[in-house]
Design a protein around this ligand. Structure first.
Ligand code: AQP
Length: 321
């Protein structure tokens, strides 16, 4: 099975990105034909700082590799190194109904949160469809926030196949039920553009500051509380053992759950969980040239597939004369 997913280098990658997508992708390395890429063209919709985007791309690559992605066991590249995707995005955009795009809530949410309303941000789902269809992916692991964009990709693939004949694999989303939406510090979806994240590789005082800033209610320690309405508990669920979770759950339900104490426990768990990866990330970042070589080699492999699909598409639509 061909499994594909990408991540934006639009800021420090966070535990929502990790549990929503990166962890699943890394786990798929041994048993699938895996495609992983850093979607720098998408990040341009929110990052207009040359240095920040370039550094962010190398950092995102280092993050993935440090967390266990092996570039020999998958195709791993930076989106912009395969320019064929832009041509496909244009072709797809010519048969994407405006109504389909206007229904996308991610665009509206981002604009409401202060991201500039650009044409690129609006047409983001078409470029994402091109990313997926160019490689004929069967399955796309994503967080719940990307579910609608996956539906757009499926609609576009089906429409193209109907109009021009069977061309694209219609991709299926894969959304892990337990980690579909990791909450941020404020309880909304954790998101780089909302400023409510816990970056994966934060440590020491900076990590402590973030964890202590997780919002909780004002119910006194001794009173019963609902763990399923508490974003601190939702985060603890990602890191604690099932035995410990049951103990904490009992404290919530029966009274005795002290948020300050639970936050310190979560702090230690996060710090330990990523300790090895943190060390590895520092090693990767110390050698940016090696990261560039890994991404370029991956792009060569990705491009071999991309040109085959694009050639077929050009033929189907009549761009081969
Ligand atoms: N809070 C989340 N819970 C579960 N999954 C999440 N993902 C993102 N946030 C959560 C998943 O991570 C993958 C990569 O996301 P992305 O960076 O490419 O884009 P995004 O979904 O828009 O993530 P952000 O942090 O919200 O980035 P910005 O703010 O720059 O747009 C995706 O599969 C996503 O579902």
């Amino acid at each position: 099975m061909k499994i594909l997913s990408g991540i934006q280098p639009s800021g420090q990658l966070h535990i929502g990105n990790y549990f929503g997508m990166m962890k699943t992708m890394i786990a798929n390395m041994e048993n699938s034909d895996l495609y992983v890429f850093v979607v720098d063209l998408h990040a341009l919709t929110s990052v207009h700082d040359r240095q920040k985007l370039a550094t962010g791309t190398l950092e995102a690559a280092a993050d993935f590799l440090a967390l266990g992605l092996d570039p020999e066991k998958c195709t791993f590249w930076a989106q912009s190194d395969v320019p064929e995707v832009c041509e496909l995005a244009w072709i797809l955009s010519t048969l994407t109904p405006m109504g389909l795009m206007e229904r996308c809530h991610s665009y509206k949410d981002k604009v409401a949160k202060g991201v500039d309303a650009s044409h690129g941000l609006f047409s983001y789902p078409v470029l994402m469809a091109a990313d997926i269809l160019l490689y004929q992916a069967d399955q796309v692991p994503v967080g719940k926030d990307q579910k609608q964009h996956l539906e757009v990709a499926r609609d576009i693939a089906q429409k193209f196949n109907n109009v021009f004949g069977e061309t694209f694999v219609v991709p299926e989303p894969f959304i892990s039920e337990t980690t579909a939406t990791v909450p941020g510090l404020d309880g909304q979806k954790m998101s780089k553009s909302y400023g409510n994240t816990i970056p994966i590789f934060l440590e020491g005082k900076q990590l402590k500051k973030k964890v202590m800033a997780i919002t909780t209610d004002a119910i006194p320690v001794e009173d019963p509380k609902d763990p399923d309405k508490c974003n601190l508990y939702a985060m603890l669920k990602l890191f604690a053992t099932s035995e410990r979770l049951q103990e904490v759950r009992d404290l919530y339900v029966n009274g005795g759950a002290a948020y300050g104490y639970i936050k310190l426990e979560l702090l230690d768990l996060i710090s330990d969980y990523y300790a090895d990866a943190r060390q590895k990330k520092a090693e990767f970042l110390a050698d940016p040239e090696m990261l560039r070589v890994i991404l370029r080699k991956g792009a060569e492999r990705a491009r071999e597939k991309a040109v085959v699909t694009l050639d077929l598409v050009r033929d189907r639509v009549g761009l081969k004369y």
